[in-house]
Design a protein around this ligand. Structure first.
Ligand code: FDP
Length: 284
């Protein structure tokens, strides 16, 4: 395996360009819908183009798949890596100036969770930050004077204090509601912005907790997409010492993925909170 350094550098360049676009461009909607039926912001499209352009400069990248593209795109048939990305996750929050992110799953040769070798996300908040998971390390960077500067490595605690419950409550199952209420009754505090990247970033950096996006009556398979969102964060949480499972208690990283836009119910957290999820869901 060649080094992934050029890929991380391309992501760094793309992050800088996307940050500039978020700061300087309007938050208008386009006339297009993405694969999940959401109306795309012009910024979604622009961010997608920026990332594709940076990856197309790298011979090591064989194929890309994006939340904003219908099908995978082959960049270099001789290349080795397949990279899935969500260019601007949580973009519906941009007009109210909440944090958003970019997510990257880096796969060795094929679109399978078992082939994931690295994962990266960027948070565009008051500061632009990057977290990379690669070769047993989860590393945290912040943007300083035109480059990412490394801070400390990230380890999640065995038990946290935060609860970030996604999905529309009206459509939750009774057992899911009981599990979420149970954590609040134990003293957990609500921390939920509606952006997957900042919500999961907060739990990682504040010692632990639970982020959930369950299957609901209106979306039985959840909302979050395996290749671009679920697998990359599962990889990061596991490497940081946490766990990431579906509603049957399976590791998310053991799930198959037959379509680039397939979704899965998902739970990310510290060991204690995931054991609470398993306990409640196994009794259904
Ligand atoms: P968004 O639709 O704003 O892009 O998958 C995208 C996502 O945001 C996640 O970032 C977020 O966790 C989730 O959807 C929130 O969705 P709902 O508000 O529809 O529950």
């Amino acid at each position: 395996m060649q080094t992934l350094a050029p890929v991380f550098e391309a992501i760094e360049v793309a992050a800088h360009r996307i940050h500039e676009a978020i700061t300087n461009e309007d938050t208008d909607y386009s006339v297009n819908q993405n694969q999940s039926g959401e109306i795309q912001l012009k910024l979604d499209i622009q961010s997608d183009l920026i990332i594709a352009e940076e990856f197309s400069k790298l011979p090591i990248v064989k194929a890309i798949a994006s939340e904003e593209k219908e099908e995978e795109e082959i960049l270099n048939p001789e290349g080795q890596l397949c990279i899935a990305y969500d260019p601007l996750d949580g973009s519906s929050l941009i007009d109210v100036d909440l944090s958003v992110g970019s997510i990257f799953g880096i796969y060795d040769g094929e679109w399978s969770a078992h082939k994931m070798i690295a994962s990266v996300y960027i948070v565009y908040g008051p500061r632009t930050e990057m977290v990379t998971a690669y070769k047993n390390n989860v590393r945290h960077f912040t943007w300083r004077h035109g480059r990412f500067k490394e801070l400390s490595q990230i380890r999640i605690g065995d038990k946290g204090k935060l609860n970030a419950p996604g999905g529309t409550q009206q459509h939750w199952s009774t057992h899911h509601k009981a599990m979420i209420d149970g954590l609040f009754n134990e003293g957990y505090r609500l921390r939920y912005s509606g952006g997957m990247v900042p919500d999961l970033h907060q739990i990682l950096l504040k010692g632990g907790g639970l982020f959930s996006y369950p299957g609901t009556t209106d979306k039985p398979k959840g909302k979050l997409r395996k290749l671009f969102e679920v697998f990359p964060f599962a990889f990061i949480y596991e490497l940081a010492g946490g766990e990431a499972i579906d509603e049957n208690g399976n590791r998310l990283l053991d799930l198959p993925c037959d379509d680039p836009h397939e979704t899965s119910p998902c739970f990310f957290g510290s060991k204690y909170e995931i054991s609470r999820v398993k306990d409640v869901y196994s009794k259904q």
